[in-house]
Design a protein around this ligand. Structure first.
Ligand code: SAM
Length: 267
């Protein structure tokens, strides 16, 4: 039976392989070929049949290993050759993931398309760590802002978000931390609590908690690198341990220097 050339876009979740959906797993089991991104756990590839090719097409820290135009072309060529191309993308495929561009391209080439949502890092990481993005009486919304736009700049939407009482979540912002601090400081919000989490939901997860004024130092001490997500706002103080309330940043830094790691830190 001839297979219908299909693109199945699957959200892999935030990192922990157990956080993919059941529907995502079933799609992988039916894959004829898999193209996967950098933030995807390679453990998930085990759900695809053994004889199926699994091709890495990701990027790391802004360095593209495979240009998007090549990925689009590969999707169409492989779908015509093999049938069902499963495109496994980190988090949710329609959140800062160029997933919709791939769907547009595939549809224009006559492919059938299926989209399976994923758990985005935006909500999964804060929730898994005990940070509520919203809390009654504290805020009424949360904003999600990119730290790196198409032109590699900090999004101007941050200037709007900062005017509200909202929690602000910043993705792809670590390389712009100095600019982010400047924006908050100019708005006299340098005492706002912030948490920066690297490799959230994974065993390698690291976290830096501080205020905007001191976060650059804390990031340095904790040796936080990409991929990282930032949670900014009063909700950071709502963490059960409420570190920002209980201890000074210097105490946090001293404790971290003496060997405690991430959320297992207990003062
Ligand atoms: C290109 S965006 C893709 C977002 C993804 N589609 C999602 O819904 O989570 C990649 C950025 O998401 C954030 N991110 C994704 N997974 C992460 C993780 N496990 N830990 C920390 N940050 C993560 C980082 O800011 C990273 O630079």
């Amino acid at each position: 039976m001839t297979k219908i050339p299909t693109l199945t876009l699957v959200g892999a979740g935030p990192g922990d392989p157990d956080l993919i959906s059941v529907k995502g797993v079933k799609a992988l089991q039916k894959a004829d070929i898999v193209l996967y991104d950098a933030l995807v756990s390679t453990e998930l590839l085990n759900y695809a049949p053994v004889n199926v090719q699994k091709i890495f097409v990701g990027k790391r820290a802004g360095i593209y290993t495979t240009p998007q135009t090549d990925i689009n072309t590969m999707i169409v060529a492989y779908a015509k050759q093999y049938g069902n191309v499963v495109r496994l993308k980190g988090g949710d495929p329609f959140v800062f993931g160029r997933g919709h561009e791939e769907i547009d391209f595939a549809k224009a080439a006559g492919l059938a398309t299926v989209v399976i949502p994923g758990m985005s890092s935006i909500t999964a990481i804060p929730t898994s760590l005990g940070f509520p993005l919203t809390k009654r009486g504290i805020n009424e919304s949360f904003w999600v802002v990119t730290g790196t736009t198409r032109t590699e700049e900090l999004s101007k939407d941050l200037y709007l978000a900062i005017q509200a009482s909202s929690t602000i979540v910043i993705l792809m912002g670590l390389s712009k931390i100095t600019d982010i601090v400047r924006v908050f400081t100019s708005a006299k919000k340098e005492h706002t609590p912030i948490a920066v989490i690297q490799e959230g939901t994974l065993a390698t997860q690291k976290i830096a908690i501080s205020t905007i004024a001191e976060i650059e130092k804390t990031i340095q001490v904790r040796e936080i690198s990409t991929p990282a997500i930032m949670i900014i706002g009063e909700v950071v103080n709502q963490h059960p341990d409420a570190w920002v309330n209980k201890i000074s940043t210097q105490m946090w830094i001293d404790a971290c220097n003496s060997g405690c790691s991430g959320m297992t830190c207990d003062f």
